[in-house]
Design a protein around this ligand. Structure first.
Ligand code: B12
Ligand code: SF4
Length: 443
């Protein structure tokens, strides 16, 4: 039996080409799924962000990872295989959030985590008795299984190994799909399992793709203590409150952390309140102390902002970008607030009649990547789209890249950090231009 795992690309660029992601990373979800596949079953990986899919190549089961942004493309791929009578199972974030929609394009919809039930799916497919729905629930990642990293060979992924300590988050931000999926909980692996996995693979640069690595500060510290002897370099995603914990920062440095993605989201406490972003609000003072602490520990921050919340104005979007450049962060993202299905934000905007593109923007042929899909309170949707794009343009302009490079405590703190800065800023700039206004799906 042969199972084909597929990671769909986002869509096509304005020139009409299928989007090839030059900053692509290992698709950990599918690596883990392959690792959970029973011995004796053959597996292969097709990454639509680089590979051409030959739909006529024989396979017994197609397993597609689906997110809201890749739904249109995932359905195109699924429809092609199903037209050739190849059974398709889809799982991942979007399949869990809107299983009924996904069911229109799949023989089986898999909600939740794969660990408990994936072997059963493979068995059922082999017997020709695939059920239309599976619900794996949520829980501790991997449960002993290792991702099949051999499947990543030759696909040109960035030289950084993806892995997971925990998944889920205890916070309840109104717009967040993750916390809905995991029921406002975090599920972490034993630190010893993570250390064993790190020893099993060859790269020394690691990305913990946790939703919030520090959701349980004690568990995070235990992990970091276990990482110290490994001599690795790592990055992750963390909530800003960790910067108020000197022990956490010290352990990050000792265990090889280069910096983290941090959701600053907004500089306006009224917006943070509306988001239910409690972690950011505690002792809020325009993040001055937090940024100073990160700098003092030489951490290179990827600052994430969410633009378009209720109190946002065109002036406050521009001021957010000014502030980020003035802080000379290493990387930044200016994300337009997106109403992901099945989130409290989505329900609220639907009730207020503010969703655009008939509500299901991810399927709408007119919707474009990075465009607002709702009517903001204090500007038009087009103004929000343009203001966020202007932030991305200004942030990644050559003048900004040069200005930010010379931050002495972070980007200039060592040759290694400077090299990281210089390698990735131009790459992310190119990607930002390529992705802006892309069509979702390729048809
Ligand atoms: C790492 C990551 C990234 C990395 C990508 C790494 C890569 N490989 O390419 C980076 C930083 C580049 C990234 C980018 C983006 N991301 Co992202 N990302 C994540 C993150 C944090 C972890 C994903 C992961 O690897 N998890 C580890 C694996 C092992 O777990 P898993 O994916 O949950 O898979 C398990 C189950 O879901 C299930 N499963 C998954 N697929 C399948 C398939 C089948 C067939 C079956 C049976 C089961 C199954 O089994 C797995 C094992 O239990 C998630 C958050 C999250 N918790 O999912 C966001 C997340 C997926 N990203 C999100 C978004 C929005 C984006 C961006 C669009 C952001 C932007 N505006 O640019 C981009 C573009 C994404 C794209 N498709 O191109 C959203 C998606 C929301 C949604 N409703 O779909 C998420 C959920 C974050 C969030 N807070 O909402 N992302
Ligand atoms: S802190 Fe981040 S991961 Fe946690 S609920 Fe809020 S947005 Fe989601």
């Amino acid at each position: 039996m042969l199972v084909t795992f597929i990671k769909p690309t986002l869509g096509r660029t304005e020139r009409g080409d299928r989007f090839i992601d030059d900053a692509r990373m290992e698709p950990l979800s599918l690596g883990v799924l392959a690792g959970l596949t029973p011995a004796g079953v053959d597996v292969r990986l097709l990454d639509d962000r680089i590979d051409e899919i030959d739909y006529d190549e024989p396979t017994d089961l197609v397993a597609i990872n689906i997110e809201t942004f890749t739904a249109r493309r995932a359905y195109e791929i699924a429809d092609e295989y199903r037209a050739r009578s190849v059974p398709v199972v889809m799982g991942g974030m979007h399949a869990t959030l809107v299983p009924d929609e996904v069911a229109e394009h799949a023989d089986a919809v898999f909600s939740g985590d794969a660990e408990a039930l994936w072997a059963q799916v493979v068995h059922d497919a082999h017997e020709g008795r695939l059920r239309s729905r599976y619900d794996g629930g949520v829980g501790v990642p991997q449960q002993g299984a290792l991702p099949r990293r051999d499947l990543y060979a030759g696909k040109g992924y960035l030289p950084i190994s993806l892995l997971q300590f925990g998944r889920g988050c205890i916070n309840r931000c109104e717009y967040c799909a993750v916390t809905e999926y995991f029921g406002h909980r975090q599920y972490a692996r034993p630190a010893a399992d993570v250390v064993a996995e790190i020893r099993e693979q060859s790269l020394r640069s690691l990305f913990f793709v946790d939703d919030n690595l520090v959701a349980d500060p004690d568990a995070a510290k235990e992990l970091m203590r276990a990482l110290v002897p490994l001599g690795i370099r790592w990055v992750s995603q963390v909530s800003v409150d960790h910067a108020r914990d000197p022990e956490m920062l010290q352990l990050m440095v000792e265990s090889g952390c280069l910096g983290n993605v941090i959701g600053f989201e907004s500089l306006d406490p009224e917006n943070l309140q509306r988001m239910h972003k409690a972690t950011n609000l505690r002792g809020f003072d325009t993040y001055a102390d937090e940024v100073a602490a990160l700098r003092a520990h030489h951490l290179q921050t990827w600052a994430a902002f969410l633009v378009g919340y209720e109190h946002e104005t065109l002036e406050s979007v521009a001021a957010t970008c000014d502030w980020a450049i003035a802080q000379r962060f290493t990387f930044a993202a200016f994300n337009v607030l997106m109403p992901y299905p099945s989130t409290p934000l989505y329900a609220r905007l639907a009730e207020e009649g503010r969703l655009l593109y008939d509500g299901r923007w991810w399927l709408h042929p007119e919707y474009r990547f990075n465009h607002a899909a709702f009517t903001p309170a204090r500007m038009t949707a087009d103004e929000l789209t343009e203001a966020a794009w202007e932030c991305r343009r200004r942030w990644s302009s050559p003048a900004s890249i040069v200005k930010r490079a010379f931050e002495p405590h972070t980007n200039m703190a060592s040759l290694e950090r400077f090299a990281l800065y210089c390698a990735y800023n131009p790459l992310f700039r190119r990607e930002a231009f390529k992705k802006q206004s892309m069509h979702l799906g390729t048809q």
